[in-house]
Design a protein around this ligand. Sequence first.
Ligand code: CP3
Length: 361
Amino acid sequence: MSERTETGRPAGQQENGRSAAYDSAFLRACRREPVPHTPVWFMRQAGRSLPEYRKLREGIPMLESCMRPELVTEITLQPVRRHDVDAAIFFSDIVVPLKAIGIDLDIKPGVGPVVAEPFRTRADLDRLRDLDPSDVPYVTEAIGLLTAELGATPLIGFAGAPFTLASYLVEGGPSRNHEHTKALMYGDPELWADLLDRLADITASFLKVQIAAGASAVQLFDSWVGALAPADYRRSVMPASAKVFDAVAGHGVPRIHFGVGTGELLGLMGEAGADVVGVDWRVPLSEAARRVGPGKALQGNLDPAVLFAGREAVEEKTREVLSAAAGLEGHIFNLGHGVLPTTDPEALTRLVSYVHEQTAR
Ligand code: CP3
């Protein structure tokens, strides 16, 4: 991490206009360029597995914590300092832009996002206006603080993908079967398409705010899209996700696309337009590369539950991931989904250094 710049250039930016993180292992791997070692970061690295996080968050509700730039900065930096990961992920949540445009929702501890009035009819579309940067000044401010602190360590911005956001809005909260969401998708395809299109605009606007503020990569989380068959994904979801990727193309910022249980969707997710496709632990990376096709880097894919086994098991499963990744054009090491809250943070620190050691060139 480096000091704040005194040259008058935006913090985190070099003389040539490139970000100070441009040549980091993480951004090089996203661009499928040679790397000094395989870069590592963890989804949900900023959060409950860290005692220093739990301490900072004491008495502060989740959504409120996302609106305090100094707190966001500190929480985002905690895993970077502790684990020496190759990238930071911005501390926020996928429902923050919805809250910012006035949707009545909360994040309930141990439950997740809960929406007061679920979306079910055409009239509900009126509640979904586009997001303006002035709706989220705390995001711009926090990213400014962060890029100054992070120096050459890249910051990943993120947003929820239209399908995953729609699932929370339509169900009203977390859901196992997504039955109301699918009922709308199958039963009223026109309203569904309009809803997803609206969410695509909000998501694209939220990502653009983060890019303008200095994020050096963006990840679209479509966590629950694995609930869909490929034909339904192609017809009813892919156009909206593709719209988001198109909207944030051309900024020189790699775009990552991640979902869980997406083995059958990997080819289509690649087609939706990202530069990097995130893979869960169910498909070996060599096979994922075949499904995604050429011209994309892959991110993944150690089962987060492996970290509960002993050190030797973690190392063995890590070598399996690395060997499946050996022929890839670009590989970013990550877990196949987020860090589980009761993970031993020391196991994460050891994992970062193990991957760095094993892949040093
Ligand atoms: O990755 C990071 O460390 C950055 C922060 C981040 C959070 N949420 C913070 C958070 C990110 C990238 C997210 C994304 C997110 N939020 C997703 C996509 C990623 C995934 O896991 O699939 C989803 C589906 C959500 C919705 C959401 N928000 C859930 C399911 C939960 C957990 C509910 C619970 O308490 O079990 C949240 C709350 C949340 N978001 C927490 C954190 C650290 C926990 C709240 C707390 O600490 O009190």
